[in-house]
Write a protein that binds this ligand. Sequence first.
Ligand SMILES: Cc1cc2nc3c(=O)[nH]c(=O)nc-3n(C[C@H](O)[C@H](O)[C@H](O)COP(=O)(O)OP(=O)(O)OC[C@H]3O[C@@H](n4cnc5c(N)ncnc54)[C@H](O)[C@@H]3O)c2cc1C
Length: 376
Amino acid sequence: MADPPAVLVSGASFAGLATAFWLTRLGYRVTIVEAANGLRRGGTPVDIEGETIEVLSEMGMIDAVRAKALPPREFVFKDAADRTLGGLTASRPEDAASARYEIHRDDLLDILFAAVEGAVEWRFGCAIAALENGPNCVSVTFTDGSQGDYALLFGCDGNRSNTRALAFADAGAASYYMGGYFYLRVVMETGLLPADRTQVFSVPGRTAMLNGYEDRTDIALAFRSATPIDYDFRDKAQQRRIVHDHFDGMGWKVPEMLAHVDAEGDFYFDQASQIRMAKWSTGRIALVGDAGYCVSPVAGFGGSMALIGASRLAKALRHHPDDHEAAFGAYEAGLRPFVEAVQERAATTGMAMLFPADEAELEARDRKIRAGAIDF
Ligand SMILES: Cc1cc2nc3c(=O)[nH]c(=O)nc-3n(C[C@H](O)[C@H](O)[C@H](O)COP(=O)(O)OP(=O)(O)OC[C@H]3O[C@@H](n4cnc5c(N)ncnc54)[C@H](O)[C@@H]3O)c2cc1C
């Protein structure tokens, strides 16, 4: 009997682990190459609802997710005097159709990793250095100099995807700037707000957000900038200064938040952006998750979209077992309208609700909040 086809997955986060999970079940021999030396941990929790619940059920993981689900969280908008303008109460719907869970990013990574750990070949601390997308296979040279031929390659390597850059002619134009920047830091302190709450305070062009949990707090600061700003992404001191330049003098709990910006420790600073590609596949290579269609943190749906994308891709490969082009075409045709709707909503309603750009947008948003018409 012939060996099962060897395939390569680049990236070991939600898209990569979920894609690898399905590929092993479809009978492929899977190698995962991940640039970091282990799973990349940290970040804010992931929302699990709708199709994502179905997907995790099909993967046999929904009970593990439920066991780690965070308590429901109240979400409120505040004014400068810390009075509540309005918001959403903490509730857990009892009916299955509207069920919704939130789980720490690391817990979901661990659940996915456990399901593929022994079933794939791992290449941590390594990346694709060059590739040739040939008619019969993708020939890959890795950063350690080794080489391999793969029947298919899946780029699951995030919004700065290496696979996209190496294989797609339009990769350079894929990033869609949404008009702002955000800072995020998770601190193991809980003094800024009670557990199981999210609080948001905005002034024109600037928003401060706190997510409180039992054992930690997310500190998020976002500001608008009509055009992208120039900074060195390795220079953390410069990024802290940029945050100060935009938030010094702002009221509410921002001075306490800025004290955490100044403290030692890892943080995330980036533009709010999406990935919008003309096509998600080329030859024997397909993109999954943020690499192909990042919806941005504003959408609050990146983790779910990666899981949905991997599942839809697997279904397309199952329907077209001997025709990767038909499978990749079906995967994209089925998922693209949903992705575009989520992206559009994040770039318009989501930005206006969470990061109002000016006085008029802020007033319109606050009127909606007071009327209980929160939509993002
Ligand atoms: C550490 C971390 C923290 C995050 N925190 C948040 C957050 O707080 N809020 C939010 O909305 N989103 C966050 N995200 C993004 C979120 O995980 C994604 O939007 C979503 O889960 C889609 O997942 P993905 O697998 O497509 O991409 P990602 O989760 O970005 O994963 C991409 C993976 O590819 C790996 N990789 C990158 N380059 C290469 C390369 N050249 N070769 C091989 N592997 C490579 C990365 O190390 C990473 O493991 C975070 C991502 C990471 C990696």
